[in-house]
Design a binder for this molecule. Structure first.
Ligand SMILES: Cc1cc2nc3c(=O)[nH]c(=O)nc-3n(C[C@H](O)[C@H](O)[C@H](O)COP(=O)(O)OP(=O)(O)OC[C@H]3O[C@@H](n4cnc5c(N)ncnc54)[C@H](O)[C@@H]3O)c2cc1C
Length: 471
């Protein structure tokens, strides 16, 4: 696919709204706020030549960046989406979306009935010689199905959707550092363009959506919080027609580390892709004493335990085993500072309960975009700044307690024994209990509550005190 150098496309109609994201005046009409021009922030003589300017620059076109760009562009904001790779490209992931993620795709107007999307009916948990199959809950707020799609396709579709919504997508552009003014506020980024030459891009607001590398955030001094979880996960594709058609995501909770025999501080998965392949992988926190797990050896040991007729072995492998980090539980903050908003893995937004991060990246993207749209209606200065600080406040309101509880569960339980204690013999014999636990793990609770499970789970989460606000 050639790098996109097209002019902006016409804006799409307004973003569909649901009650929890009230439509602001700014989302109803194109913004008339003044754009920062190259002249406003004239480069010092040592800076590379300016390429383009925009109202907002988004760095990284994964789920976080492309979704932010979709929402901003639909609201009439002039947005530049910079991505270092050429798409389509591979991305290490389990490729699974819960109903929460499907909900975000629908809100962006993606056609999930098009070929290539595979629906899941629910999850199958395997632990201690038992297995329990549960359907996704039938909630009013979310669809009752999940999806799988390889990230090779998924990220490309989302980035093209951002472009079709009006964002200027620039592939092969690697951001190398922030540009700042004298006050230390970000005013754009330096980058290397598709031809390898240095360029600068300028905007008064920048979204860091670069995934776990969090390069721009780091360069702005936003370090990872070492007290919050950082897991590692590895996945590999295997060919198996039958497993590929399975209607359930399969999760194994009683795996042991190959070298030490200790409980895996995580779980294994087999996710059907519907195209003859399954995505098989393992994710794990570090053990409580800080030691890691040999994921490759543990995966081999687990595969040897699986039914022989599944043929998940070297011969049926369709890719190398690849691993990557999972920054979790809001492990980088503040999520807004000096013109820079962090979204998705750059902000450590992966759920500490499940390792799920795509839905979280897309949901945070919508909140970030809404915040920016509102902020841009205000004059530059204190009032705009106040509006921008609503982004971390809103993220804390939505997930702060839930993540804090998950971080604690990770510290006290998952990092020592994995999921085995909560999926014990007693629980595994009670599908209703598993269904409620699954809702906790995947953050599928209704507020206001619709049933007893909602009442109990919401009360549990509400009982957790919020971290004090940091700026
Ligand atoms: C093995 C594994 C399995 C997982 N399984 C699941 C799962 O099944 N379901 C789920 O929901 N989550 C899963 N996750 C988590 C999920 O992959 C991430 O949470 C999600 O990709 C976060 O999206 P993001 O947009 O924040 O970051 P990314 O997806 O990492 O996207 C970042 C983008 O920024 C680009 N970029 C980086 N640096 C620069 C730069 N300097 N300049 C320009 N562009 C740059 C990258 O090329 C990339 O395209 C898994 C993670 C791993 C490692």
């Amino acid at each position: 696919m050639p790098p996109a150098q097209n002019p902006p496309t016409p804006q799409n109609p307004a973003t569909p709204q649901t009650p929890d994201t009230p439509q602001t005046p700014a989302t109803r009409k194109p913004l008339d706020t003044r754009k920062t021009t190259a002249a406003d922030t004239a480069p010092a003589s040592h800076e590379p030549p300016a390429a383009e300017d925009a109202q907002v620059i988004v760095v990284g076109a994964g789920p976080a960046g492309s979704s932010t760009a979709v929402h901003l562009a639909r609201a009439g904001v002039d947005v530049l989406l910079l991505e270092k790779s050429q798409f389509p490209r591979d991305k290490v992931c389990g490729d699974g979306l819960t109903p929460r993620g499907v909900h975000q795709l629908l809100r962006m107007g993606l056609d999930i009935d098009a070929p290539g999307w595979t629906r899941s009916r629910g999850m199958r948990w395997v632990c201690g010689g038992r297995q329990v199959t549960i359907d996704w809950p039938d909630l009013g707020r979310y669809p009752d199905f999940g999806l799988t799609r390889s990230r090779h396709d998924f990220d490309d579709i989302l980035a093209r959707h951002a472009e079709a919504s009006g964002a200027r997508l620039r592939l092969g552009v690697k951001a190398t550092g922030p540009l700042t003014d004298r006050a230390g506020r970000i005013t754009g980024v330096t980058a290397t363009g598709p031809d390898g030459r240095p360029v600068t891009y300028r905007a008064p607001l920048v979204i860091a959506a670069e995934g776990a590398s969090a390069r721009t955030a780091l360069a702005m001094g936003l370090e990872r919080d070492a007290g919050r979880p950082l897991a590692t996960a590895a996945r590999r594709y295997y060919l198996n027609d039958e497993l590929s058609k399975d209607e359930y995501l399969e999760l194994w909770a009683d795996l042991r580390c190959a070298r030490t025999g200790r409980d895996l501080p995580g779980y294994g998965w087999i996710f059907p892709l519907g195209d003859g392949r399954v995505n098989v992988g393992l994710g794990a926190l570090p053990h409580r004493d800080g030691t890691g797990t040999d994921l490759r050896a543990t995966l081999d040991q687990w595969l040897a335990r699986l039914p022989r007729q599944w043929d998940l072995n070297e011969q049926s492998a369709d890719s190398p085993l690849r691993s990557a980090a999972l920054p979790m539980g809001f492990n980088r903050h503040p999520q807004y500072s000096r013109g820079l908003l962090l979204v998705g893995d750059s902000a450590g937004m992966i759920s500490p309960w499940s390792g799920e991060g795509i839905a979280q990246a897309m949901e945070a993207a919508e909140v970030a975009a809404d915040t920016v749209v509102l902020a841009l209606t205000r004059p530059d200065g204190y009032r705009r700044e106040q509006a921008l600080h609503r982004y971390p406040a809103e993220m804390r309101r939505r997930w702060g307690r839930y993540y804090r509880l998950g971080n604690t569960a990770g510290d006290l339980v998952f990092s020592r024994f994995g999921y085995r204690p909560i999926l014990n013999q007693y629980v595994m014999a009670r599908p209703g209990l598993i269904a409620s636990l699954a809702r906790l793990l995947t953050h599928l609770m209704e507020e206001p509550p619709r049933d007893t499970a909602d009442h109990v789970l919401n009360a549990l989460v509400r009982a957790v005190p919020l971290h004090r606000r940091r700026r």
